[in-house]
Write a new protein. Structure first.
Length: 291
């Protein structure tokens, strides 16, 4: 007799009801997450979700897995410590674009570089929603929807996929909360990747960015998984910010662990050239000083 317990998506939801605005994209992310965990047949006690501060960072409270609602911008160091101390757990860090790319930006860079086995799920709506609609790191330079920046910030938007690739992340993808089935597929791949996996999710804020309701007409699958880092960089040169799918997946070693991606033969050659130029510059400065 088969007595295996079937775990359904709803089994990963807690009794706490989300306080997100009706229509918030984060509902789709929560549904995709629970669907993913059920599809992977992970027991709730095998999973930990760590978050920072913000609308999206409320997510752990709405799940039945282990959760930690932490400090603004600090989800990744907590998640990294947990993943190192408890490698038996599936660790997922969650947050928003402000939490992850502004106050938490330094942690983001080094999490990509360290390549600890965890998944970072960022719900990006290009606005600080919980604090009433200020421009965030991923807001366009000319977005004038905030009273604090009525003429726009004039600052180029942060480009998460390019930064992650530059910093050495081995798994980089983008999804859309309006397509939870496709998002669940990407999230499953991210969780199963044996290293640091970064998944940016376009998650509209209908309250402070109502124009994002047009995302459904703009978002389109288009990334083809690449294993060559240089090719991934070239692909991002033509990225419009609305292409979804798995962009880059670094090769995995025979033992099952992700290979470091922060250096390639081309990078080494470039570094050697930089070293030669630096040495020549030092000699030139020394000669100038003596004369």
């Amino acid at each position: 007799m088969n007595t295996a317990v079937v775990i359904r998506p709803k089994d990963y939801k807690s009794a706490t009801k989300p306080v997100w605005c009706p229509g918030c994209g984060d509902f789709g992310v929560l549904n995709a997450l629970t669907k993913t965990l059920a599809g992977l047949a992970l027991a709730p006690a095998q999973v930990a979700v760590v978050s920072g501060i913000g609308c999206s960072s409320r997510l752990p409270a709405y799940t039945s897995v282990y959760g930690f609602h932490g400090v603004h911008g600090r989800a990744l160091p907590v998640a990294t410590g947990l993943a190192v101390a408890r490698p038996d757990l599936t660790v997922i860090a969650t947050g928003g674009d402000g939490d992850g790319f502004s106050i938490g930006g330094n942690h983001f860079l080094h999490a990509c570089r360290r390549n600890v086995n965890l998944t970072y799920l960022v719900m990006d709506n290009a606005v600080y929603g919980m604090t009433k609609g200020q421009a965030s790191p991923t807001s366009a330079a000319d977005w004038a929807g905030s009273k604090l920046t009525p003429d726009g910030t004039g600052i180029a938007a942060f480009r998460p996929l390019e930064i992650a690739l530059s910093a050495g992340a081995g798994f980089i993808a983008r999804g859309f909360s309006g397509d939870p089935n496709a998002l669940a597929g990407l999230l499953a791949e991210a969780i199963e990747y044996p290293g640091f996996a970064f998944l940016q999710v376009l998650s509209p804020c209908i309250t402070y960015r109502p124009e994002q309701m047009e995302y459904k007409a703009l978002v389109a699958a288009g990334f083809e998984p690449l294993a060559d880092r240089n090719a991934a960089f070239r692909r991002l040169l033509t990225d419009d910010g609305f292409t979804t799918g798995l962009l880059y997946r670094a090769p995995v070693a025979a033992g099952g662990s992700a290979l470091a991606t922060a250096a390639t033969p081309d990078d080494t050659a470039s570094l050697a050239g930089i070293a030669r130029e630096f040495t020549a510059a030092r000699l030139h400065a020394a000669n100038e000083h003596e004369s």
